[in-house]
Design a protein around this ligand. Sequence first.
Ligand SMILES: [Zn+2]
Length: 98
Amino acid sequence: MNKTIRHTVKIRANFLCEYCFCSEFFSPDPFEVDHIISIAKGGVDDIINFALSSRAVMVIKATQFKLLTLLLDKWFLYTTLEKIFGQNIFVGMNISLC
Ligand SMILES: [Zn+2]
């Protein structure tokens, strides 16, 4: 994944973790752009399958797949509502794992 794609994902996410919505600016660890569904599990290597992820989510993703599934449901709800309303409607809400 090149720097341009990584930056595009960060802009799209408004520098918020796309799973728990914590801000990269207030995180001690740099966020990562990762595959939502891994290539090994049938995910595509495209920006629609990339998400900006906090360190907390990366740890959960590696160890707690069921919890991640719940977070993914939240992420899809979030992106669907965002498409409908055309803005980041969850900014300012205290929804975070970090
Ligand atoms: Zn997060």
